[in-house]
Write a protein that binds this ligand. Structure first.
Ligand SMILES: *Cc1c(COP(=O)(O)O)cnc(C)c1O
Length: 399
């Protein structure tokens, strides 16, 4: 089959809820992927930061295949010999007290919402069904009905109502607005430390610290969604470290499995997760031994192969290169670690055209919100590979 045959077959039989670049991939290794015609590309999206450890990372692959031969799924009706180890290792790595494992990122977000609401009723004494959670404009936390209920992106919401009540939206980066939105029924604040899907939006310095202080003062649970920013992406294990704070609940997913398998988790620094009692929440696949074995090795790779340090160093190199591009159509280059964004002015004709040209030049990335390109290669990228990427990016982005 030719590339076009795959595309036609997908279009005929699949729902059209994505508009991918027309590149049909069948192999990956490290920072590279190959299409069905044998062309090699550097992956500068990393499956939205799920393959931080690089494609088909051999150690994680070995953990997956070894565990798959032994035991894959028991359900949580029984115990398995991997879950306890994952709990302990994740708690030690992230300085947390408790873990609740799920599969997709959206499920981790839903889990956090449930736990925070119940905590509010049980521990804070908020009247039943009145709990409020404050979120930020231009957030992205996933695609379920409850999560899109507090999205401000019309594409995410139009046609999908009625929506789940109990959420208040404030401007991202404005701590005073957040404080003003608090009522006696506010149980939680949920934010991305850097808004990924919104286009790598970094809040003003000190914002997260202020939010942390407000939440502590008002006895409100601070939930940080680090599903995209976490696990080394921004040059720290968690992006919260850039402001030396600790969330009460931290959500991780994506790179928790190095891209092999959907694994997510809610990490708790307080006893918020303690309000969930047997039978009140769960998932057939959550915490299964295959997921646990994969996640354990994915975390070990991140730490032992020094990918977090590499993300910080390579991120700086990549950012310097992008900032050296002189093009008046570019509004801003920003980022942290290897989560980088190039924003074009609104009249520049859109970011998609650049992504198409970069694809032809052997580099895959994706526009977000029409005017922004996100560059987020696997954290295993070397200095030579960063330079090679920049050699391809510069001639295309300078026009
Ligand atoms: C990707 C993402 C999610 C949703 O994860 P899924 O696995 O796609 O459900 C939630 N929050 C953030 C910040 C994300 O980037």
């Amino acid at each position: 089959m030719k590339a076009q045959d795959y595309i036609d077959m997908e279009n005929q039989y699949g729902a059209h809820n994505y508009k991918p670049l027309d590149v049909v991939l069948n192999r990956g290794e490290g920072v590279y992927v190959w299409d069905v015609d044998g062309n090699r590309y550097m992956d500068c999206l990393s499956a939205y930061s799920a393959v931080n450890q690089g494609h088909c990372q051999p150690r994680i692959l070995a953990a997956l295949t070894e565990q798959a031969k032994k035991l894959t799924l028991t359900s949580r009706a029984f115990r398995n010999d991997q879950l306890a180890h994952l709990y302990k290792e994740l708690c030690e790595l992230t300085n947390s007290h408790k873990v609740l494992p799920m599969n997709s990122g959206a499920e981790a977000v839903e889990t956090a919402i449930k736990a925070v609401r119940k905590w509010g009723y049980q521990e804070k004494g908020v009247p039943e069904n009145r709990a409020e959670i404050i979120v930020a404009r231009n957030n992205f936390h996933g695609r379920t009905i409850t999560i899109v209920s507090f999205s401000t992106d019309p594409t995410s919401t139009t046609g999908f109502g009625p929506f789940t009540p109990g959420f208040k939206i404030v401007e991202f980066g404005d701590a005073a607005a957040l404080e003003a939105a608090i009522t006696e029924n506010t149980v939680g604040v949920m934010l991305e430390p850097i808004q990924g899907e919104a286009g790598v939006v970094i809040p003003p310095a000190g914002y997260l610290q202020k939010v942390r202080d407000i939440c502590t003062k008002k006895d409100i649970v601070l939930v940080l969604d680090e599903i995209q920013t976490g696990l080394g992406r921004t040059g720290k294990l968690l992006a919260e470290e850039h402001e030396a704070i600790e969330a009460d609940l931290t959500l991780i997913g994506k790179a928790l499995s190095g891209g092999f398998y959907p694994v997510s988790a809610v990490l708790s620094n307080t006893e918020v997760l303690g309000v969930l009692k047997p039978g009140e929440h769960g998932s057939t696949f959550g915490g299964n031994p295959l997921a646990c074995a994969v996640a354990r090795e994915a975390m070990a790779v991140l730490v032992e192969e020094k990918l977090i340090e590499n993300a910080a160093a390579m991120g700086e190199r990549f950012m310097d290169g992008l900032r050296s591009i002189a093009n008046p159509k570019i509004k801003e280059v920003r980022g942290r670690g290897l989560l980088l964004g190039v924003e074009f002015h609104k009249d520049a004709g859109g970011a998609r055209q650049y992504c198409e040209k970069l694809k032809t030049a052997g580099l895959l990335c994706k526009e977000t919100h029409e005017t922004i390109i996100r560059f987020a290669p696997p954290l295993v990228i070397t200095a030579e590979q960063v330079d090679c990427a920049l050699d391809r990016i510069k001639p295309i982005l300078c026009k």
